[in-house]
Design a protein. Sequence first.
Length: 143
Amino acid sequence: MADIYKYTDENGNVTFTNSPIKGAVRIMSESQPSTNARRSNDSPSVKAPRVAAPSPVNFPKVDSATQKSRDSNRKLILEEELNSERSLLAKAQKNLQDAESNKTAAEQANPKLYLERIGRLRETSVMHEKNVAALQSELSRVR
């Protein structure tokens, strides 16, 4: 698990990433589980049970109906983001396919320009593929 950042570029394209990007907003922060798990004295191969820390007395409580509503809203938002990312992925893949079959005159004269353009388009496509996978993973964890 890692921090998740949401970045919206000037064209309105939304990117979710686990790497901080300038202008991105951290939307989820989860601490890493400890790799040095405590062991019981009786059996060195058995992990000690985790004990939840009690909530502070003044900590706000949420009733189950409100939580279900929040979960439902979260699922809808994730589904909308997934559909948007799938659309952006299809567009990126089409742009890449078109670019691979068409070289401009400048790119024919200088193959490095062509390789740079194809590289950028591939990076964009891979980024959207990763975003789709991350959103699908997150949706699978929604209650």
